[in-house]
Write a protein that binds this ligand. Structure first.
Ligand SMILES: Nc1nc2c(c(=O)[nH]1)N[C@H]1C(S)=C(S)[C@@H](COP(=O)(O)O)O[C@H]1N2
Ligand SMILES: [Mo]
Length: 507
């Protein structure tokens, strides 16, 4: 038999579920990812202290968003249940609390960078639905009626109301998600893209550029395995028809490009290794892909870049801002407006329809996904998203190397063991990799053939391993002759450094 308070909690949960469901439906009808859970989650991401964000990336990796959204839902559910309990004795206070929750969500919606006034509607609707539903569920009908005759057990009417509310909440929630997806049918738009033939295909990789070895990262990272790092709780959904790029600011002539117009420009193909500044020593936040895109430098030159423009600010459709040095974009490297990755149009989570890729710079200062705006600006005039949170304004990729095999703490039979991994120093190139065992002399590893200096290189070193516990370390030397620094630095504020070191047991 349910106590009065359990009924209160249940009523709160049901009212909360109904409110969220209806709000999802409203957001879907608007075609905007502005349901209360998404806007509250988004506001939380923007305000999360750095250590927590890094902890989340480290611990949950690609699932960080799922974990966050689950946390938001769990918190809302807990609050709804508590409010339900409160409302058993203090009806008015409970209803006010529900309304407040809706207003908090509306407030969160208003802080989103892409805010439009109607983004308030789902949260306001949630407030109204929540208040009405809670009042009804606790009132003279439904669950409340049973509550007054507790000995009668949960009446048929109570069960009906509960079931009905659950179904309604579920249906509207699912319906809202469905509407949001069909509103902008990104999959259809992706399928319809006909990729132009590059005027310059990627440089042929020399023989031996791709080593194949058990446990070693493949030279090209399959798109499905490519790391993903962004703040988007709901992947921005933009079709090629909707997409346009505005280029403006400190230029003689502004430009607005449609997707078709973009693809009419010469398209080049380039192999580039991307790296995230949050990648820790030994981490997996980097990957190599074959990119197809329009060269950014000639496009900007045509528009007449003003001499005092030193920062190129990219903005995504979800309001992310990323600032890149103009001098780097114009220095002759392959800065791209990329449309395809590994032979297919960009996947939605990697920035469809258009993203930036600039070899040699960490992603947070170069690789704007879902790019819709480019402004020629100045570093002293504008701080982009991550810079406002203390990360370095400029961030070339530091020389790094990683042991892929053997795995840390693994046990391997003695004999000749292939120690192998990858090394990177984008736009400077990797010229040597060395390995040492138990702090002994450095041994030269064998490198995969050198391709472009914007690519990582695989390496392998054959180790005559004797039984015992051993420490393996790796370090790379970049194309300028500089040896990777041993000094350990955390990813904040401009990328991790230090030698990757693992312990293995040989038996
Ligand atoms: N719109 C948008 N673009 C973004 C980000 C983001 O959060 N939002 N994250 C950047 C970061 S930090 C990195 S490392 C790269 C990662 O690109 P990927 O997810 O395709 O690997 O995208 C960059 N572009
Ligand atoms: Mo990143």
């Amino acid at each position: 038999m349910l106590s009065q308070y359990s009924r209160g909690a249940l009523s709160g949960l049901l009212a909360g579920g109904l409110a969220l469901g209806v709000a999802e439906l409203a957001a879907g009808a608007l075609g905007r990812p502005v349901s209360p859970a998404i806007v509250v989650g988004g506001a939380a991401v923007d305000r999360t202290p750095r250590f927590l964000k890094e902890f989340a990336i480290r611990t949950f990796g690609e699932n960080d968003k799922l974990v966050l959204l689950s946390g938001v839902f769990a918190t809302i559910a807990l609050m709804a249940a508590l409010i339900g309990v409160l409302a058993v004795r203090r009806r008015r206070a409970g209803l006010v609390a529900v309304a407040m929750l809706g207003l908090v969500a509306a407030g969160a919606a208003a802080t989103r960078p892409t805010f439009r006034w109607y983004d308030l509607l789902p949260s306001l609707l949630a407030a109204v639905v929540g208040v009405v539903a809670l009042a009804r569920l606790l009132g003279s009908q439904g669950l409340g009626a049973d509550a007054e005759r507790e000995d009668a057990g949960p009446g048929r009417r109570g069960l009906l109301v509960t079931g009905g509310a659950l179904v309604l909440a579920g249906l509207s929630g699912v319906g809202g998600r469905f509407l949001l997806r069909t509103r902008a049918d990104v999959e259809a738009s992706r399928r319809a893209v006909v990729l132009p033939r590059p005027v310059q295909p990627a440089e042929a990789l020399p023989d031996g550029a791709q080593l194949k070895l058990r446990g070693l990262s493949t030279f090209f990272t399959p798109s499905a395995d490519f790391y993903r790092v962004d703040t988007a709780l709901s992947v921005p959904r933009l079709t090629t028809d909707e997409w346009q790029l505005k280029v403006h600011g400190k230029v003689d002539r502004e430009l607005t490009l449609s997707y078709d117009e973009l693809l009419k420009r010469p398209v080049v193909e380039r192999d580039i290794t991307l790296t995230c500044v949050s990648n820790e020593v030994g981490g997996k936040l980097l990957g190599t892909a074959r990119w197809l895109g329009v060269e950014l430098a000639p496009l900007l030159r045509e528009l007449g870049v003003h001499a005092d423009a030193d920062q190129l600010v990219g903005t995504s459709s979800d309001g992310m801002t990323i600032g890149t040095p103009v001098s780097v974009v114009l220095d002759g490297r392959d800065a791209l407006l990329a449309v395809a990755m590994n032979g297919e149009p960009l996947r939605p989570e990697h920035g469809f329809p258009v993203r930036m890729v600039v070899p040699g710079l960490y992603g947070y200062v170069s690789a704007t996904k879902w790019l819709v705006d480019l402004e020629l600006s100045r570093f002293d005039a504008f701080d982009p998203y991550w810079v406002r949170r203390g990360w370095a304004e400029q961030a070339p990729i530091k020389t790094g190397s990683r042991i892929d095999t053997p795995k840390p703490l693994s046990r391997t039979a003695s004999g000749t063991i292939a120690v192998a991994g990858v090394a990177w120093a984008q736009h400077r190139g990797v010229q040597a990799v060395e390995v040492r065992v138990d702090g002994g002399a450095w041994q030269e590893a064998e490198l995969s053939s050198a391709a472009s200096k914007d690519l990582w290189r695989q390496w392998v070193w054959r180790w005559d391993a004797a039984p015992g516990s051993h420490t393996l370390q790796v370090r790379a030397t970049d194309g300028t002759g500089a040896v990777q620094t041993q000094e350990r630095e955390e990813p904040f504020p401009n990328g991790a450094s230090g030698w990757h070191s693992i312990v293995v047991t040989i038996v």
